[in-house]
Ligand binder design. Sequence first.
Ligand code: THU
Length: 135
Amino acid sequence: MNTLSQSEMSKLMAAAEQTIDKAYEPYSRYPVGAAVLVDNGKVITGVNVENAAYPSGLCAERVALGSAVSQGHRNIIAIAVYSPKGDISPCGMCRQFISEFGADILLIFQWQGALKQVPIKQLLPFSFDHKMVNA
Ligand code: THU
């Protein structure tokens, strides 16, 4: 399983942070940025995109990962998530969305004063996956 060095983690987190001004969050006023690291070293970012019909809004992680897949990248190494509001970790829907692309994808996020690096399989144990659909 991959792990990122402290400097690789910080670099990916910086990319998530740098995209924060693009967040579209007129309803929650809770901006989120995400940065996806793919296997060729490329970093693809995304922000939360809210909607007047609230449930139609998208989290930054799903925007960034959807963008990576749309650009032809399915081998995902890590995803950093950032909010200037403080501690954050991916919501349940994003955990499911991320786990589709690999149980070992690393989630990087700020939690109680530390930069965490946790594989998605630990954030979403017993996950529903393609083996069940195609059984
Ligand atoms: N949000 C994200 O973009 N990512 C997360 O990990 C948690 C929540 C967004 C959804 C919504 O636009 C706002 O944050 C407040 O819930």
